[in-house]
Design a protein around this ligand. Sequence first.
Ligand code: CUA
Length: 461
Amino acid sequence: MVQHALSRSLRPLRAWLSPAPALLLAGCFQDVRQSTVFPESDTTRVVQDVYRLVTWIDTVIFIFVFVLLAWVVIRYRERKGQALSIPKQVHGSTGLEIAWTIIPALILVFIAVPTWEAIFRNANPPPTNTMTIRSIGHQWWWEFNYNELGLITANELHIPLGKSIVIDTQSKDVIHSFWVPKLVGKQDAIPGKTNVMWFTPEKTGIYYGQCAEFCGTSHANMRFRVIVDTQADFDAWVARTKQPQKAETAEAKDGEGLFAAKGCIACHTITGRPDAVGQLGPNLTNLHDRGTIASALIDNSPENLQRWVQHPELMKPGVKMILPVPVNPEEAKKLQAYLMSPTGTGAPATAAGKPAQAAAMTGPAAGGAPSYAAIVQSHNCWVCHTIPDVANAKGTIGPNMAGLMSRPKMVGGLLDTNEANLRKWLANPQAVKPTTLMVLVPPLTPAEVDVAVKHLISTYK
Ligand code: CUA
């Protein structure tokens, strides 16, 4: 009867317990995309070897302790009809105490030697035959800079099999962490500091990476992919990515124009376009070759890309891609056609598709100096700022220029609003505030600074 009641009361516990170990172990023994226990590089294999050694030692200790515990519980249990008595008590045993001090110390030494070996092996500079790639964390995407090859890409890192890959990790804004569980990591990406790690991939394929340091709203969406190619495939990818983007169809050519008219050029670079040299967002050259968009969050399909260029904020919370000019579905199709155009083999394309208004405004004003309106267009100020006397300048990323001179402070309260500070700011925003998003590519010339400052002072009172 008692046994029956006990069994009934334990039923929910049993129901919970039976699948729990299976679920817990599934995470360890299943080859999932981001698994540290299925290493695919020398660096992660060395770590895994230490991990395996420690796990076996732990398992033996675990079994020993629990068998001993079970024996004590059974041997010294209360028996029916036997008077309650305390077993014989022992106080102080030199032999036992020496044994349980020395044995754990020996076990720790046994674990420490391969651990130190692994730490030094992975921390020391790699052997020869290396390729260095700078990875730069941005909220919320990764920039990959192949200095040796003169190539910059984003979110999909191609590497050749058979080379040791050195990753120089940096950050443009907050602390991120570079992690590709099967290949390498984690390594913090810290502003103003370069952290280095390396690995040698052992198998071609696609590996999944993830920012591993909380960095804001879309931290969990800050993913990336590492594609390990054969040397021949890698060389072909490099050659394709270095070529200028080439719009061939009529739809793609319209998209090429829209890429400027919608302000995309202010934040993105596309090789072969002198007008698209922005550095705030990912380099989009050869997007055709990428399997994903939005920092490896979404598959690169026509539908997804069209939706993304219309409503990025619906697909990735907190995304910093703000559209200064709305994109309609028809325009989205054209932009997608352009962005997905394969790169060509000809000479770099010329600046294409500036907004008609900008074209009309460009060119020196009377006296040889550029006009204020021309500066606003050629440096893409209109994308981020609302400027009362410039029709297409309705940006909301930066401050509204209306009433600029009536505000006592500028640059987020950093400087007093006056002519000298305006000159300093426009000549080199990063020199005043290193983390500012106001990246002027190319920088304003002294003559342009002069024109802009005079216009700001006289107009936005
Ligand atoms: Cu970047 Cu988390």
